[in-house]
Design a binder for this molecule. Structure first.
Ligand code: SAM
Length: 279
């Protein structure tokens, strides 16, 4: 008998209008819906007129529940995995189930929709060409600071999930370890009290300190400033160093132009001048 399909279905992160037509259709068609919290998800399903059987799948039962779901899939049934909000597997249970399903040759189909990280990034106003999703920082201050210290030189926007209770402590650690970077705190996305607090870390901290922070938050941190290009005066010195290392003139010009931000032709002229001096 052919295996069934495992659907990974995203659900709203607050605003129910963000449920997709496809998510509703798939959830109406599958044999079984696996959810983190069945009581919470029953409300969502009822809202959309979905009455498929629900079973729980969460962090602490995923070992034995995963096997149960795989057996049902192998028996030809289709299963949809949903989480409490957003996209399953993104700082939510599901990764192991997907991995096991793939290993068992079961087709896994994503049904995309909201995810707080992408939602926050899309409206943050920070560069979006490259970013890293760093998930939740460790709860313990020491480990959290260690993790932040390891990200000091990160050149892409960093996206973190955080609990409202730890938000200020985390921002303070970020200020201390990452400096006065640009940061965006995106709170209660897609909900009534949606808010973006933007500015440098000291400005955002000053704005949030003394406030009681409620709801869910995403923190986005701008990358470290690109290291300053060495000034034009450094060109002869860098050229001499490259040539002394046996780098060809052509490659030395290329390398120094990149390092200093000078044009290749300016660097080439300088290289010819040095050559003339040496002869
Ligand atoms: N799987 C979810 C997703 O795709 O976004 C994330 C689940 S994770 C357990 C929950 C965290 O996501 C929250 O602590 C918060 O950092 C972020 N989050 C979820 N919904 C949010 C919202 N409406 N506004 C801001 N952050 C949100």
């Amino acid at each position: 008998m052919p295996s069934g399909t495992l659907f990974i279905v995203a659900t709203p992160i607050g605003n129910l209008e963000d449920m997709t037509f496809r998510a509703v259709r798939i959830l109406k068609e599958v044999d079984l819906v696996a959810a983190e919290d069945t009581r919470h998800s029953r409300k969502l399903l009822t809202h959309f007129g979905i009455s498929r059987p629900l079973t729980s799948y969460y962090d602490h039962n995923q070992n034995f529940k995963g096997n149960y779901l795989l057996e049902r899939l192998q028996g030809g049934e289709s299963v949809a995995l949903i989480s409490d909000a957003g996209t399953p597997c993104i700082s939510d249970p599901g990764y192991q189930l997907v991995r096991d399903a793939v290993a068992a040759g079961i087709t896994v189909v994503p049904v995309p929709g909201p995810s707080a990280a992408i939602c926050a990034l899309s409206a943050a106003g920070l560069p979006t060409d490259a970013f890293i999703f760093a998930g939740f920082l460790p709860n313990r201050a020491g480990k959290r600071r260690e993790k932040l210290a390891s990200l000091v030189a990160e050149q892409r926007v960093m996206v973190f999930y955080e609990s409202p209770n730890r938000l200020l402590a985390t921002l303070e650690d970020m200020q201390e370890l990452l400096g006065a970077r640009e940061v965006v705190v995106a709170r209660e996305l897609t909900k009534i009290y949606e808010e973006f607090v933007r500015g440098t870390l000291p400005v955002v901290l000053a704005e949030l300190e003394g406030r009681q922070i409620k709801g869910e938050v995403v923190i986005l941190v701008a990358p470290a400033d690109a290291p300053e290009a060495p000034p034009a005066e450094a060109v002869p010195q860098l050229l001499r160093r490259c040539l002394a290392e046996g780098v060809s003139l052509k490659d030395a010009v290329k390398r120094v132009a990149l390092e200093t931000g000078q044009t290749r032709s300016a660097v080439y002229d300088e290289a010819l001048r040095l050559k003339g001096e040496d002869e």
